[in-house]
Ligand binder design. Sequence first.
Ligand code: GLU
Length: 433
Amino acid sequence: MASEPTHSDGEESATIEPSDEESALQTARRELHHAAERLDIDPAIVEQLNHPASVHEVTVPIERDDGTVEVYTGYRAHHDSVKGPFKGGLRYHPEVTRDECVGLSMWMTWKCAVMDLPFGGAKGGVAVDPKSLSRAEKERLTRRFTQEIRSVIGPTKDIPAPDMGTDPQTMAWVMDAYSMQEDETIPGVVTGKPPVVGGSEGREQAPGRSVAIVTREAIEYYGRDIEETDVAVQGYGSVGANAARLLDRWGANIVAVSDVTGGIYDPDGIDTGSVPSHDEEPEAVLEQDAPLAVTNDELLELDVDVLIPAAIGNVLTEVNAGDVQADLIVEGANGPTTSTAQELLAERGVTVIPDILANAGGVTVSYFEWLQDINRQSWSLERVHEELETEMLSAWDAVRAEKENGASTWRDAAYAVALSRIAEAHDARGLWP
Ligand code: GLU
């Protein structure tokens, strides 16, 4: 099993240990081939997309606070850039591997394509437990890692962003390290920064906001009343807490939320504003007053209408997929549903809205941030919310059209939208030389 779960300071907060029946790369490859089979795509393009464009593996030595030197391994995987510069998060997690970065970079290609953003997919990180580092050590690690990957990132090449174990402060250090070496301030090299150094208003809340928007649309699509909808949310980091609070505000009944320590359950509804998110006070969910406490495993099997896994990957597995009682699952985390679980849930008629659509608000507001940075502009929070709403609804409509056009699952529909856009772009550009 995985090592002790770490919670992130960034976009996903881990709550339970994943069951690792399939690696992210295996899943990403299987999903690519599954999607390509249903679409008429040139096999040569599929074969190209089955591999990363390149993977950079670097050694990152840092001086610990006690004067000793520790050596870590870091990666930056570039998948496909047919639509524009590579884009994707940087994670600090003990289980970061080359293959995980490649698999996650493939998902970023599809995520950007579903949103029709002019970016390709990347992912990277350092194999380290960020909880084992002091703030100063984390800063040294970030600066040295940035230096090691400096030649392959840049505002027109590859633009990193926060992911598990990294946060806006980490991105500010990346921006500073890169800028100092390039002799000019270059905010567009990285997104998810604090607004004071060129970050966008609304970026931190964006993945949770898009999860809430997509959940609201799916509830309406299936003819439900949001006021009559019970929702359980696993993970109370930036994705889970923001999604829960928005849905609560829009009338849904949030009956269960959890963090790394476990969850609380109140069939009458939880006041989500009074439960501190991970950023506000880490690991405080269980300290809140509620009639019942649940484990993270139990939360997934509660009798609710909507389940939002917004923590880590591989939490819905062949072991528990048969016991999920929700009719609708909206994936807040990246890859929370294993392949076998996807099949079991589809057989049981449980609707799953995939991560590459649901949590794509993060990379979408990253795109807004990048636009603001390269144009030296600053948008209001209101404008970011409006533009995000427009982009999410347009992606939702494109995916819904594929679903109504015969795609058997929402994941198939999202892949059809993404892959056909990427394949068309490859076809138009052709092969060089
Ligand atoms: N790490 C985020 C994701 O998985 C955001 C990536 C970005 O903004 O570039 O979607």
